[in-house]
Design a binder for this molecule. Sequence first.
Ligand code: SAH
Length: 263
Amino acid sequence: MPVFQPGWVWLAGAGPGDPGLITLQVLHGLQRADVIFYDALVGEGVLDFAPAATRRIFVGKRGGVASPRQPEINRQLIEAARSGARVLRLKGGDPFVFGRGAEEASGLFEAGVPFRVLPGVTSGIGGLAYAGIPVTHRDHNHAVTFITAHDQSGDIARALDWPALARGAPVLVIYMGFRLLGPIAERLLAAGRPADEPVAVVSKATTAEQRTLVTTLGACVAETEAAGIESPVLIVVGPVVRARPLLNWFEALTPPQAALKSA
Ligand code: SAH
């Protein structure tokens, strides 16, 4: 294992939720850190791997209250590292997948603070595996496209060429798309994706509360609303969703086993 030196920041991915999905390096970081800065999407139970005395500082969004601004988080990380602490910065999934990890790492670089990046299992791959949806399948797709539905303004990402995605991306895995499902489906349909194309909406993936709704591009907005799905949510558009009936191992577990899986 790498040595966690005082004055360093480890920028780590906590995986999609199930604490069993953290890497050995992240476990090592949790056990050795002096202070942990963590986000809302860090799975329940992950922090339990840290000794009780380790300082834990929440820097995510909670109950609709905005998270501290990025420069403020950067400032806190830099200050903690300069005080000689071993700083673990823990994010949901993988820190470099729609997680602002690169912004934090470049802030550390500019401040001269040494850092290491500990990749994590991203929800768009690991979370879907728990929903019985493979991101690739030889019979269905030779490419997979990871998308963040909104841009910095919070609106649908206008920089994306939706008609090109509709034509060229056989499978779309959409992060942060829950609120924007309507405009997303509208754009894909307008660009020629069939209304009966399968869509999966995967909620709270890898946790004991995981739920998956399988629907279609034409019906997904109404059905998602009716189902009372809760965030965080991943949206998958494409033929790989059809593999789920055979591969849905996690939600098929009896509740005690499912709970045990993510305990
Ligand atoms: N860095 C993270 C993504 C952060 S963006 C990663 O690699 O997974 C936040 C988005 O991730 C959420 O809006 C949702 O789309 C997705 N997400 C993260 N964890 C999830 C989970 N357990 N279940 C469903 N979606 C999840």
